[in-house]
Design a binder for this molecule. Sequence first.
Ligand SMILES: [Zn+2]
Ligand SMILES: [Zn+2]
Ligand SMILES: [Zn+2]
Length: 360
Amino acid sequence: MAEAEREQRPLPEVEQSVTSIPEDHEATCWGCGLRLVFASYSPIYKCGWCGAVTQSNSQTARKPDSIWFSHWRRLRDRLFVAVLVLFMLFVICGGVWAVYPVVFSVSKFCGVFHCTVAAVLAVCTVTSYCLASLKCAGAPTDIRWGSYPVVGKGDLENYTFCTYCNKPKPPRAHHCRSCKMCVVDMDHHCPFIGNCVGASNHQVFVVFLISVVISCSYVAGMTIYASYQIWPSIEFPDLASSSRHSMSSWKTVLEMITTVAGSAFFLSARGLVLVYLAFASSSVNAGIAVLLCQQLSYIYQGNTYLNRLSSAPNALQHGERGLQNIVRFFGCPYPVSRVVLRLRYSNAAKLQDDSGSKLL
Ligand SMILES: [Zn+2]
Ligand SMILES: [Zn+2]
Ligand SMILES: [Zn+2]
């Protein structure tokens, strides 16, 4: 009788809500097609067989970008590339034209030496720029996916699915909407080279930055020296007079700046080009030097700019940080790698000895 009463009695609200949720959650792995069963709901899950990561809420294919968006990105890239190429040509041609009379006036050897240095720097910068710009940033290799017998155990370890390309996306790869492809080890999309910076062209991109920093430092030094040589003679009448001691320091500086700026009106076209190149190369040098330091810092940490952005602040690094990352990045010859590794291990052994002696 008690059993029958319990069956007829309506269930409390909480009990009803619990019974309405299924005990198991099912999903299909996009990598191998296996049906996965979970005890609780999770928006992200990893297949125990192939290792592919599935995001249940964003697994459907995305709409392609509009034509206007694609045109705008292409136009922006071409504009940046055109401005940079014109600037490089101006610095090379304008710099040689403006500086060479001054260096040849010192001596013939001096002139030939500086022409050779300028040619080497120009070739290095232009070549590394062309390689970074034209080389494919790093397309993922085509792999077979979507069927259990074909995909082996662990074949898609930590792969995700790119809903733009409808293809597997390797770990540390990102989809670039400007290049319309996934890029392995993508650092960022650089509009100045009109290309992504990824696994295949990251090294040449950093070489380009180093080349720009050295070239701009050289151009700044040479143009400042040449400007000094051809600048019209300047006289400071007020400073030379007896009222000099009564003038405040800021008034003295202002007087000097005004006199120097006034004398610039008497500069020839060559002199104006020199002044412009000195300012422009110093400014570009400062900006690129900051970018280069940032890039070297990420390489040292074994990370990329995009991974750093996408990972949580306290997340583990993708690789071990250290000097060996920079050696590996530049593909240094074997003896250099050995020296770095030996230094690293000797430091680690020293630290271990120190901690061991402290414990004792
Ligand atoms: Zn799977
Ligand atoms: Zn993609
Ligand atoms: Zn890109």
